[in-house]
Design a protein around this ligand. Sequence first.
Ligand code: DP6
Length: 332
Amino acid sequence: SPGSATAVAHPNIALIKYWGKRDERLILPVTDSLSMTLDVFPTTTSVRLAAGAGPDEVTLNGRPAEGEAGRRITAFLDLVRQSAGRTERAVVDTRNTVPTGAGLASSASGFAALAVAAAAAYGLDLDATALSRLARRGSGSASRSLFGGFAVWHAGPEHGTDADADAGSYAEPVPTAALDPALVIAVVNAGPKPVSSREAMRRTVDTSPLYRPWAASSKDDLVEMRAALGRGDLTAVGEIAERNALGMHATMLAARPAVRYLSPATVTVLDRVLQLRQAGIAAYATMDAGPNVKVLCPRADAQRVADAVRDAAPDSTVLVAGPGPGARLSDE
Ligand code: DP6
C-alpha cells in the first residue's frame, strides 16, 4: 500500500576498493570502485509512514536502534523526506543477517534496502541510477548493492558544482563474460572493529603518505579489472583484486596513527591461500575494514578452498557465497 514498503538487499564485496572520500557530506569517493553482490546475508527492511509528531522509530533486529546507527538512519530518512517534499515520520524495521561491525559491509545491504523501501514508502519514483545515488548518501558501498552481480561505482566528476558531482556518482552493472566465481568467506572474528571504517578512511586520506599513490594505482587496477571481467578471466580478476586490497591495507598501516584490521588469523589464511595457488588453484584473497578474509575462486574449487581455510583457521566460521541479486521491493 502507499505509505509502506519492504525491500531486500544483499551485501557486496569490493574487488576494487572504495577507501577515502573527497566529500564527507555527499559521500563522494576519491576513486571508482567495483564489487560483486553476494547471495548470502540479505537485509530486509520495511518502512511505514506514521501520523503524528515525534522521532522516527527504528528497530534493528528487534531492538530499538541506538547511537550512531539510529542517527545515520534518521539523517537518511530526512534526505528522503526532503526529496519527496513530505514530513511524516517513519517506522522502520530492519532484519540484518550480516554479523554487524565484522567488516562484512552490513551498511551496504542496510542502506540499499532502506533506500528502496523508503523511496517507495514516501512516493519517490526513482530509477536504478537515482536509487544508487540515494543509497550512496547512507553508506558509499550501498550504492553498489542496488545491482546484482558485478557493479562499478563511479566517483563522479571532480570539478563542477555539488549537484554535478552528486549526479555523477552512482553505480551501474559491469558487463562480464561467463564467469563462475565463488567467494569463500572466513569470518575469523565477528567482534566489533577497533576503528570505524568512516574514521579509518578519514585518517588514511588525511595522514597516509601511501594514500595518493594507491588511489592512482587503483585507477589502473580498475581498467585492468574491467578487461579481465570482460574476457571472463577469473585468475586475472583475483590477482587484481588481491593486490588492490593489500594496497588499501598498506595505506592504512602507513596512516598516523596506524589502522590495522588484519589479525594473526588473517595472515594464517593468507598463507593458506598462497599454498592453494602453489597447488594450482586460482584462489585470491580480499579483506575489508576487519580481519575476515574473502577468497575468490572458481566455483568448482570452492569446497576445496573452504576446507583448506577451515583447516588453517579452525576458530573461524567459513561459508561459500556466490554472485547475488540487486536490491528489490518485496511483498513481505
Ligand atoms: C573497506 O561504505 O562502509 O568495505 O561510505 O563511510 O559508509 P561509508 O563507508 P563504507 O566503506 C566500505 C569500505 C570497504 C571497501 C568497499 O566496500 O569498497
